[in-house]
Design a protein around this ligand. Structure first.
Ligand code: HEM
Length: 225
């Protein structure tokens, strides 16, 4: 069958991806700043909300967004990695088997980082909790490097720009393999939810709004005492 350009990633998956990537990067960069503590906290909540959405979308989303289309399968990973050494690297329309494992690791570490950050922010532990939170964040950064490296290698081997596909939704495949709808309505609801979180409608920090960027009472107390 002729290969053509087909829609593979629905819009909610793409919005999820780039919002998660930006939230994680932003949270990492603001981690050490007392002044930007609220921003750091809201970025952490944003990442957690994205992952919560992704878990639901993995159950009810479109074909390649569903977990069952990228199950963890060690044998498939080995077969895929072996094929990369040969003349005909195995091509996946959705996530390849090796990428899938990295994706699950990112989702798990994302939850662990955000939950430990929440507990830490609410003084539910001591120094050990702060270090645990930092440990999870560093582990996540390492896995993200593996992820981006894997995307670059796979893009070169398959001669397909995978990063662009995560923006446009389109990859190469046969017409029967494509999804029919980008599900923009769901993506719009997701974007509205993120906007609400950032506008302070959802009171996630003591200040409830990052937009105001006023130091929180806690930050003030820490500063005073
Ligand atoms: C410039 C940086 C990045 C690029 C170019 C990129 C690119 C991609 C691409 C191309 C895919 C699809 C892989 C495939 O074809 O199987 C993907 C998936 C994914 N990436 Fe990234 N990524 C970046 C950064 C990040 C970051 C920082 C995170 C997390 C903090 C992240 C988390 C994920 C996740 C969870 C998926 C699975 C998407 C899904 O099915 O929902 N990525 N990324």
């Amino acid at each position: 069958m002729n290969r053509t350009t087909i829609l593979v990633w629905d819009a909610p998956t793409r919005v999820f991806h780039w919002v998660l990537a930006l939230s994680f990067t932003g949270a990492f960069l603001t981690a050490e700043s007392e002044r930007l503590r609220d921003v750091h906290v809201v970025l952490g909540y944003t990442a957690l909300a994205m992952i919560a959405f992704r878990v639901i979308w993995g159950l009810v989303g479109s074909r390649y967004a569903r977990f069952r289309s990228f199950a963890v399968a060690p044998r498939a990973v080995l077969a895929y990695l072996k094929s990369l050494l040969g003349p005909r690297p195995q091509h996946s329309v959705g996530h390849n088997p090796a990428g899938s494992i990295v994706i699950y690791a990112i989702l798990l570490l994302g939850v662990l980082t955000a939950v430990s950050g929440y507990a830490n922010y609410n003084d539910l532990g001591g120094k050990w909790l702060e270090e645990l939170h930092e440990g999870f964040a560093n582990a996540m950064l390492a896995v993200v490097f593996v992820h981006v490296g894997g995307v670059i290698v796979a893009s070169l081997l398959h001669r397909e720009n995978l990063a662009r596909a995560m923006v446009t939704g389109y990859k190469s495949g046969t017409p029967a393999e494509g999804i029919r709808s980008a599900r923009w309505v769901v993506a719009a609801v997701l974007i509205a939810g993120i906007a609400a979180l950032w506008a302070g409608v959802v009171p996630v920090t003591e200040q409830a709004s990052v937009v105001k960027a006023v130091p929180t009472q806690r930050a003030q107390q820490r500063h005073d005492g």
